[in-house]
Ligand binder design. Sequence first.
Ligand SMILES: *[C@@H]1O[C@H](CO)[C@@H](O)[C@H](O)[C@H]1NC(C)=O
Ligand SMILES: *[C@@H]1O[C@H](CO)[C@@H](O)[C@H](O)[C@H]1NC(C)=O
Length: 505
Amino acid sequence: MTRWVNLKIWLLNFFVTSFSMFSLSHGAANAELRVKAVNLGGWLVTEGWMKPSLFDAIPNKDFLDGTGLQFKSVTTQKYLCAESGGGNIIVANRPAASGWETFRLWRLNENTFRFRVFNKQFVGLDGVKVVAFSHTPTNSETFNIVKESDNSNRVRIKASNGYFVQAKKEDLVSADVSSVSGWRDDDPTVFVMTIAGRMHGEFQLTNAYGPTKAPQVMKQHWSTFIVEDDFKFIASNGLNAVRIPIGWWIASDPNPPPPYVGGSLNALDNAFLWAQKYELKIILDLHAAPGSQNGFEHSSSRDGSLDWGKTDENILQTVQVIDFLTARYARRPSLYAVELINEPLSPDVTLEALNKYYKAGYEAVRKHSSTAYVVLSNRLGPIDPRELFPLANNFTRSVIDVHYYNLFQDVFNGMSVQQNIDFVYNNRSSQLSYITTSDAPLTFVGEWVAEWQVSGATKQDYQRFAKAQLDVYGQATFGWAYWAFKNIYNHWSLEWMIKNGYIKL
Ligand SMILES: *[C@@H]1O[C@H](CO)[C@@H](O)[C@H](O)[C@H]1NC(C)=O
Ligand SMILES: *[C@@H]1O[C@H](CO)[C@@H](O)[C@H](O)[C@H]1NC(C)=O
């Protein structure tokens, strides 16, 4: 069955390739080079894509931007909650904690924070009453968190008026206690704190280190994490391209808005120098767009919010980033493709906003380059995988990017080694053929990894799993890219997988 599918796709590619010699005017022309690429996480940083010690060394590292905190009163045994999810008072009457009971941090400095609630308002004071009304924070919306000790989860919250917050009654939380002592169970200023979710992206890192230290940390990271020798290794191990995730602030380098720091453009210039030397192609990937297109740390969301694409201004700003990058690198022989945005999330990012952006972004690339492929990432979430076809069919040299992980979804829980492998040969294969058609854009599996939710798998199991994916994703008409080159987790590091004989290309 699988072989027939493969043969069909091969034949299709054969005809598409032959056909493309006569007509290059449609998206369906085959890529002149099928990319076998690796993602260079590290230009843009998150935990995993850098040395772990960099996050570990942050003072008060539990309290980074976006960390979700829940507070249970020791007197009532109930959780603090933003009534109605926000736009209302703070109460202390919830027996269990989830969204409305989670307060997301904005870190102002090591000891001072804002708390953002479910509906995005900030916690503040109305007199001494603790409320969450404001969408734009002012000085009164700041708090200190005082821990009993470093290894205790008992805390007090001190408000901007200098008073401690207490769970006075179930429907009244106030900041009106001036002096406290001890950590007794009958003290309404004492809360048991739970951390519900952390974020470890570039925003968190640079904001926590601050304007003096962050530039040093990032500079040190860029000059040591991925170096020229890595490009040499990549080129000599069967790969022909790299996909480089970058953040929107690169367009204002060397003076990006805080907390970001200058230097990312220089790091990218280095990538182009090394890529040219070792004859590697570059796929530029706008991984973090202004406002965040998916709320994840890797798109540099501050607190899990997703604000990209909500205004024309925001979309225009993003187009300008693409314009800047393409203008700068269009004449470099290494520039192979520009990916306009990575993993916009449905339904928050609407198809309408995305189409508008893709059209303008495509034109921005074409202003400077008639040859660079323009990569359109499919939205994450519940979508028709062909939803970008009507737009992409109007473009020349366009590519649809899909990311295939046997992770992150409940269907993979408890799957055996063989079930994972079968899933790749059957389900992934048909997902890929569904979007790989002769009159549509090229296809790209821009992210995949030989990691799964199987525990205790052997080296041979991993080898078979990697091979299955190479077999299937090798049918993508534009190519594929492994996530990532270097990573603190071995199987997520293609360098480690190659050096240890798990993957051979
Ligand atoms: C594609 O181009 C045609 C002709 O210019 C136009 O009518 C159509 O609206 C375009 N489709 C999209 C999705 O932009
Ligand atoms: C994989 O595809 C088969 C056959 O179409 C289907 O029965 C099965 O539910 C799919 N598996 C998952 C996990 O989606």
